[in-house]
Design a protein around this ligand. Structure first.
Ligand SMILES: NC(=O)C1=CN([C@@H]2O[C@H](COP(=O)(O)OP(=O)(O)OC[C@H]3O[C@@H](n4cnc5c(N)ncnc54)[C@H](OP(=O)(O)O)[C@@H]3O)[C@@H](O)[C@H]2O)C=CC1
Ligand SMILES: O=C(CO)COP(=O)(O)O
Length: 284
């Protein structure tokens, strides 16, 4: 959009301090494993008092189970933090194909500023006042995308896929409700929207993990050749721990966890889900 953009990565030659100097917006798109470390580094650097942080990471911190925006906000309580999340497969964005996304913050003015900065004829940006809901949508759908990859890898058909994605959304809503997110957020772009994109696209790394494991590869073999991060693998571990503590039913996540741990085969995971106690659609 004609803005001055400075990019930093740990392998580059520019210093983090020079890149951040007087920035209106600092957008972090690093994988979950690096978030706490970068937050710590930035805490010691001089920033403009007006800087807005935007976080695009989709994951949960293994130690604290915090979301990335909670980590940023905890470290920078006087700066607005905005979550950017949506059905945004990067290979399609790179081709200038049209896409939409959500920017969410407790600070409405900051969200509107970020919306203005990022909106273009190829990228339609909506604001939302529920950052935790938007963030959890993008994060939890990664587990469902692994399951969807398994479903397609086993050639289980369209009925099975529709059932999985729909029950996956129900599971995401249940977790979100327990963590203080708004239910309606999960029916928007950052929830259902991202779920549809990643559960149906081989471009999704998380989908690829499930698809290739259904084809007989181990997790280690899949990750060796995967381009980039499949956040769902770590998110699944963190969520299992947190769901146990909070007593939330997460049947699909449990089967994905068993699969990733090598404790069940894709077919066994399917059987477990199909043979659960029969119940009302409204019950978990
Ligand atoms: N908000 C959205 O709509 C979307 C969000 N995402 C999310 O964005 C995040 C990144 O995805 P993606 O770019 O595909 O992943 P990649 O694995 O391709 O890239 C991860 C990046 O994080 C950097 N990184 C990791 N650890 C550290 C660290 N300790 N210090 C500094 N940098 C670090 C890596 O640096 P290096 O190259 O040096 O290893 C790399 O540049 C994920 O959480 C993903 O889920 C993805 C798509 C859309
Ligand atoms: O979050 C994404 C698109 O919205 C990217 O999905 P993957 O991380 O599964 O590739």
């Amino acid at each position: 959009n004609g803005h001055e953009v400075r990019i930093w990565s740990r392998g580059g030659k520019v210093s983090l301090s020079a890149v951040l100097q007087n920035a209106d917006i600092i957008l972090s798109a690093i994988s979950m494993t690096g978030v706490s470390e970068i937050v710590c580094q930035i805490q010691f650097l001089p920033l403009s008092g007006k800087t807005i942080f935007v976080t695009a990471t989709k994951g949960l911190d293994p130690q604290t189970t915090c979301t990335p925006s909670q980590i940023w906000q905890g470290a920078f309580p006087d700066h607005p933090v905005v979550v950017l999340s949506g059905p945004n497969l990067s290979a399609e964005i790179r081709q200038s194909l049209p896409a939409a996304t959500v920017v969410a913050s407790q600070n409405q003015k900051a969200a509107e500023f970020v919306q203005q900065v990022f909106s273009s004829s190829r990228f339609r940006v909506y604001t939302n006042p529920d950052p935790i809901g938007v963030e959890l949508g993008g994060t939890l759908k990664n587990i469902m995308a692994i399951a969807a990859g398994v479903c397609d890898g086993l050639h289980l058909g369209s009925n099975a896929k529709a059932a999985l994605v729909t029950r996956g959304l129900t599971e995401m809503v249940r977790i979100g409700q327990s963590w203080g997110a708004k239910t309606e957020t999960f029916y928007g772009l950052s929830g259902l929207g991202d779920l549809l994109a990643t559960c149906n696209s081989p471009l999704s790394r998380n989908y690829q993990v499930g698809y290739q494991m259904a084809g007989g590869k181990t997790l280690v073999e899949v990750l060796e050749n995967l381009p980039g991060t499949a956040e769902g693998v770590n998110t699944c571990q963190v969520l299992i721990k947190r769901a146990k503590e909070d007593n939330i039913a997460v049947p699909i996540t449990e089967q994905v966890y068993g699969l990733l741990q090598g404790k069940v085969t894709p077919r066994q995971a399917l059987e477990e889900l199909m043979l659960r106690d029969i119940k009302s659609e409204y019950n978990c």
